[in-house]
Design a protein. Sequence first.
Length: 151
Amino acid sequence: MTQPIPQLRLIIGIELYAVTLTLAYWITFFSSGSVQVRSDDVYLAFQTACSLGAAWLAVTTLLSAVGLIRRKPFGFVFGLLAGSASIYLGLIDVMFNLTQQMYTVGGAEMMIEILINLHTLLLGPLLIIYLWRHRRAMLNWQSDPSHRGNE
C-alpha cells in the first residue's frame, strides 16, 4: 500500500487558490481595469502580452491540481510546468517593474502587483521543491492500485 504524501491536500488547495486569483485578476484587468497601475501604452502592452503566459500558468496549475486530486502522474508533470511558468512570469514582471520604476508608484494597484510578484516567485519554487521531493510516489501512482490513500 502506498504511503500518504504529506501536505498534498494543502498543495492542491494552494494550486486551486492560485488559479482562482489569476482568473480574478485578469477578468478585473480586462473588464473594469481597477487593478491597472498605469494607463499608458507601454504598461498596457506589457500586461496584455503577459496575459497569455498567465493563462498558460493557470491551465498548467489547474491540470496539476486535477492530476494530484485524481492521483495521476500528470499532476506531477503539470505541477513542474506550473512552477517553472510561475517563476518565469514573476521574473519578467519584476524586471519590468524595476526598469519602469514601478516600485516607486504608490497605491492599492501597485500593492497588488507587489503581492503578485511575491506570489509567483514563492509559489513556483515551493511547488517544484514539493513535487520533486515526492516524485517517486507520484510517478508510481499509475502502477499502484492502492494510490487513492488519504493524503
